[in-house]
Ligand binder design. Structure first.
Ligand code: PFF
Length: 502
C-alpha cells in the first residue's frame, strides 16, 4: 500500500480549510445578503444555520474524507459501491465549472490592484469597468466578441500561481500557500476595515447594517438566505472539504477542526460586513443619500462601488485601494486552489496518475475554458452560469448528499462513532437530527422555491433571452451527466484498497 500525501501540521489543514471557506462569498455576498434579510436580526437565522447545517455538514465531510481517504468520487464510491461515486463526480465537475470562471474574477482583482497605483478607473468607475476594462457593455449577451487582453494577461498569471502551488503538492504547495495567504489576508483586510470604520459616515453605515428588522424573521426567504449563505460560504458539497480531509493524519480532531473552521469563516464574514457597511455609510454621506440607496453586492460592489468610494477618500487612496484588491486576490486564490484540488485529486485517484499529470490535465482544461470568460461577452456567461450552477449544482448536490448518507446508505451512526473516537467534542443525537432532518428539509424547501422562481421569472429579469439562458442550464445539466458517464470507468486501483495514514 502506498501512503497518501499528508498535511504537515494541524494548523496547515485548518488554514487550508479556512482559506477555502473565506472567499468572495464573505466579502461581496454576506454583507448584502445580511442587509437585505433583516440586518441585525439576520444574525439569528444565520447563527442557527451555522449550528444546525454548516458545522454539522463540515463535520460530516471531514469525517468522510478522513475515514475513506479519498477525493469525493473515491470516498463516495467506497461508502457505497453501487450508488455513491456519481455524486462525487457530479460535485467535482461542478467545481470544475466554477473554477473556470472564479479564476477570471481573481484575474480582474489582479488587474485592479495594478490600476490602484494610479487610480486608473477615473471618476466614472461603472463606465470604466463595463466599457474600458471588461468591455462587456460593447457586446450583447451570447456573443464572445474576442479576447480582452487586459483580462487575459492577469488570468494567465492566476493560473501560473495555481499550477505552481498544486504541482508542489499538499504539504509543500497548498499548505505553504495558505500559511502565507491567510495570515496576510487577515492583516491586510483588518487594516482596510480599521480605515473604513474611522471614515465620516461609517456609524450610519453600521447602524443600517446592524439595526434589526425582527418582522423579517417570520419570512421563509430570510431562512433560505441564511442557509444558502452558510452553505456556499463554507465550501460545502463542492468536493473540496472531502479532498482536503483525505490528507489528514490518522490522529486528527475532526469535530474541533470543523468548529474552528466554521467560526473563523463567520468571524471573517462579520469583519467584512463591518468594513463594507462603514465604507457604504461614508459614500452615502458624501453623496447626501440614505445608506439603503447605495447598498450593493457582487461584482458591482467590488469593481464599481469600491473604486468610487476610494476616489473620494480624504487621504491615502492608493494604499487603501492596493490593500483592498490584494485582499480580494488572497481570499480568491486560496478558494480557487481548493476548488481545483477537488477535481485534480479525483482524476489522480481514479486514473492513478502522478499529481503533476493530473494538474496538467485538470487545471489545464479549466484554464483553457476560462479563456471564454476572458472574452468581451464573458461576463454575461459568467453571471448566468454562476446562477444556475450554484442553485442546481451546489445546493442540489448538497441535498442529494445528505439524503443519500443519512437515509439511503444509513451511515450517520458509523460516522458519528468514527468522529467521536478521535475528537474531543462528542457528537450526540442532535448531529444526526441536523443532518437527517433539518438540513434536508431546509435544502428541499430551498430547491422547490428556486425552481418555481426560476420558471416564473427567468434569471436576469428580462436582460437575457431564453436561448441564452439555456446555455447555462445545459452546462448545469451536463455536470450531472458527466458524473454518470465517468462512474463506469474502472478504478486503476480497487475501491477497497486504502492508502495508509500515519
Ligand atoms: N467559500 C467560498 C466563498 O465564500 O467564496 C466558496 C467558493 C467559491 C470556494 C468558489 C471555492 C471557489 F472556487
Amino acid at each position: 500500500m502506498k501512503s497518501r500525501e499528508q498535511w504537515g501540521s494541524r494548523a496547515g489543514f485548518i488554514l487550508a480549510a479556512i482559506g477555502s471557506a473565506i472567499g468572495l462569498g464573505n466579502i461581496w455576498r454576506f454583507p448584502a445578503v445580511a442587509y437585505a434579510n433583516g440586518g441585525g436580526s439576520f444574525f439569528l437565522p444565520y447563527l442557527i444555520a451555522l449550528l444546525t447545517a454548516g458545522i454539522p455538514l463540515l463535520i460530516l465531510e471531514f469525517t468522510m474524507g478522513h475515514k475513506y481517504r479519498g477525493s469525493a468520487p473515491l470516498t463516495l464510491g467506497r461508502i457505497s459501491r453501487k450508488g455513491g461515486e456519481w455524486l462525487g463526480w457530479w460535485q467535482v465537475v461542478v467545481s470544475f465549472v466554477i473554477s473556470s470562471y472564479y479564476a477570471v474574477i481573481v484575474a480582474w482583482a489582479v488587474a485592479y490592484t495594478w490600476f490602484s497605483f494610479k487610480l486608473d478607473w477615473g471618476s466614472d468607475t461603472g463606465g470604466f469597468f463595463q466599457k474600458d476594462y471588461a468591455q462587456f457593455a460593447t457586446v450583447s449577451p451570447g456573443s464572445f466578441g474576442g479576447i480582452v487582453w487586459q483580462v487575459f494577461l492577469p488570468l494567465i498569471l492566476v493560473w501560473i500561481v495555481v499550477f505552481i502551488v498544486l504541482f508542489k503538492g499538499v504539504r509543500k504547495g497548498i499548505e505553504k500557500a495558505n500559511k502565507f495567504f491567510i495570515p496576510l489576508l487577515v492583516i491586510l483586510f483588518a487594516i482596510v476595515v480599521i480605515r473604513a470604520v474611522t471614515l465620516p459616515g461609517a456609524a450610519e453605515g453600521l447602524n443600517a447594517f446592524f439595526t434589526p428588522d425582527w418582522h423579517k424573521i417570520w419570512s421563509g426567504n430570510v431562512w433560505v438566505a441564511a442557509y444558502g449563505q452558510i452553505f456556499f460560504s463554507l465550501s460545502i458539497a463542492f468536493g473540496i472539504m472531502v479532498a482536503y480531509s483525505s490528507y489528514l493524519p490518522k490522529k486528527s480532531d475532526i469535530t474541533n477542526n470543523a468548529f474552528i473552521t466554521g467560526f473563523a469563516n463567520s468571524g471573517f464574514e462579520l469583519l467584512a460586513g463591518i468594513g463594507i457597511f462603514s465604507a457604504l455609510g461614508f459614500m452615502a454621506q458624501t453623496q447626501g443619500k440614505e445608506v439603503g440607496d447605495v447598498v450593493e453586492g457582487g461584482v458591482n460592489l467590488v469593481f464599481v462601488v469600491l473604486p468610487q468610494i476610494i476616489n473620494t477618500l480624504p487621504a491615502l487612496k492608493v494604499p487603501f485601494a492596493v490593500l483592498f484588491f490584494l485582499s480580494i486576490i488572497f481570499a480568491g486564490l486560496s478558494s480557487l486552489i481548493s476548488i481545483v484540488e477537488a477535481y485534480v485529486s479525483a482524476v489522480q485517484d481514479k486514473f492513478q496518475m502522478s499529481r503533476k499529470t493530473a494538474v496538467v490535465i485538470g487545471a489545464g482544461l479549466s484554464a483553457l475554458i476560462s479563456l471564454f470568460y476572458a472574452s468581451r461577452g464573458g461576463l454575461y456567461f459568467l453571471d448566468t452560469v454562476d446562477h444556475y450552477v450554484n442553485q442546481y449544482g451546489i445546493a442540489l448536490a448538497g441535498l442529494v448528499e445528505v439524503i443519500l448518507i443519512a437515509w439511503v446508505f444509513r451511515k450517520l451512526d458509523t460516522f458519528q462513532k468514527h468522529a467521536n473516537a478521535i475528537s474531543d467534542i462528542r457528537l450526540v443525537f442532535w448531529w444526526k437530527a441536523c443532518l437527517g432532518v433539518i438540513t434536508p428539509l431546509v435544502l428541499g424547501y430551498m430547491m422547490v422555491k428556486s425552481v418555481i422562481e426560476d420558471i416564473q421569472t427567468p434569471y436576469g429579469g428580462g436582460d437575457y433571452s431564453i436561448p441564452f439562458l439555456m446555455v447555462s442550464v445545459i452546462v448545469t445539466a451536463l455536470t450531472m451527466i458527466i458524473g454518470i458517464i465517468l462512474t463506469p470507468f474502472k478504478w486503476k486501483r480497487t475501491l477497497s484498497e486504502k492508502e495508509e495514514a500515519s
